[in-house]
Design a protein around this ligand. Structure first.
Ligand SMILES: Nc1ncnc2c1ncn2[C@@H]1O[C@H](COP(=O)(O)OP(=O)(O)OP(=O)(O)O)[C@@H](O)[C@H]1O
Length: 266
């Protein structure tokens, strides 16, 4: 089903996909056609069944792969608020180098960009402080809990001061309490750092809690089937327990249900 034009105004668009499709060399039609616009500073979740092309969509936006058809447009960053990279990427696995410290892991993107050690040090310290890991700079990944590893992975994405943060099911492997805490910390970072966030998740509850807009995808090849605005200014335990939250979760679940029709029979 094609959606009506996005409510996002053209001048405020950070990411726009026009008629994007992705067919892998294996012949798998993974995505699209898909048309979507993400506003500057928006927090948008992408929700859909396993294998519907969510990660593919993120990879196309990050430029890690090219579309088979259509265009992916990334707006220029505001150089004042985001002097660094355009895009940061947080993967489902923390993918930290086990043989070196948290500090070196977080500083890797700067090292790869040939930033001097003296210049990198305060930026790494700032990123670690942003995710609450200031006291663990010299620790090794094996000394960190799952949630702390994910914080380190988040810091590694933030160290380049991206204005678009792509997150691919980052909290899926964490226990619920840790996940809730990271959800709150992520929202806090999003507000403070003025980032555009595109967040992939399987969780209806997580998508409603975090997002201003939830984009629901069909089964593969993933297309957008619904777009649900979550109109709640405050996201906290009160919101999580509210009738509004439950109603939004119901709406998103209902929108998602058709995508699973037939999937279990495959
Ligand atoms: N590099 C690749 N080469 C061939 N096929 C691929 C490649 N990457 C992904 N696919 C296929 O494309 C489809 C979409 O994959 P993708 O990882 O984008 O889905 P997803 O929605 O993120 O899945 P999940 O929720 O399980 O992580 C799947 O059928 C997958 O097997």
């Amino acid at each position: 089903m094609s959606l009506p034009p996005s409510p996002v105004r053209a001048a405020d668009i950070a990411v726009r996909l026009r008629a994007v499709t992705k067919v892998y060399e294996s012949g798998v039609a993974a995505l699209g056609p898909i048309d979507v616009a993400i506003g500057r500073g928006e927090f948008v979740s992408l929700l859909g069944p396993s294998g519907c092309g969510k990660s593919t969509a993120l990879r196309l936006i990050a430029g890690l792969a090219g579309p088979s058809a259509g265009t992916v447009e990334i707006a220029a960053a505001s150089s004042e608020t985001h002097p660094g990279h355009r895009i940061g990427f947080v993967f489902q696995e923390p993918t930290l180098m086990p043989w070196t410290s948290v500090r070196d892991n977080v500083g890797l993107p700067l090292k790869l960009a040939h930033v001097t050690a003296a210049e990198a040090r305060p930026r790494v310290d700032a990123a670690l402080a942003q995710v609450g890991l200031a006291d663990f700079a010299d620790a090794f990944p094996r000394e960190l809990s799952g949630g702390m590893k994910m914080r380190a992975s988040l810091a590694r994405a933030l160290v380049t001061q991206p204005d678009i943060l792509l997150m691919d099911e980052p909290f899926a492997a964490l226990d619920e309490i840790t996940r809730f805490r990271l959800n709150d910390d992520l929202l806090d970072l999003w507000r403070r750092l003025n980032m555009t966030v595109l967040f992939v998740t399987h969780s209806v509850f997580e998508s409603v809690y975090l997002s201003q807009r939830v984009l629901v995808m069909t089964a593969r090849p993933g297309r957008l089937s619904a777009e649900i605005a979550i109109e709640a200014d405050v996201r906290d335990d009160v919101f999580r327990a509210s009738p509004d939250y439950a109603a939004y979760c119901r709406r998103v679940s209902d929108a998602l249900a058709p995508a699973y029709t037939g999937v279990l029979a495959l």
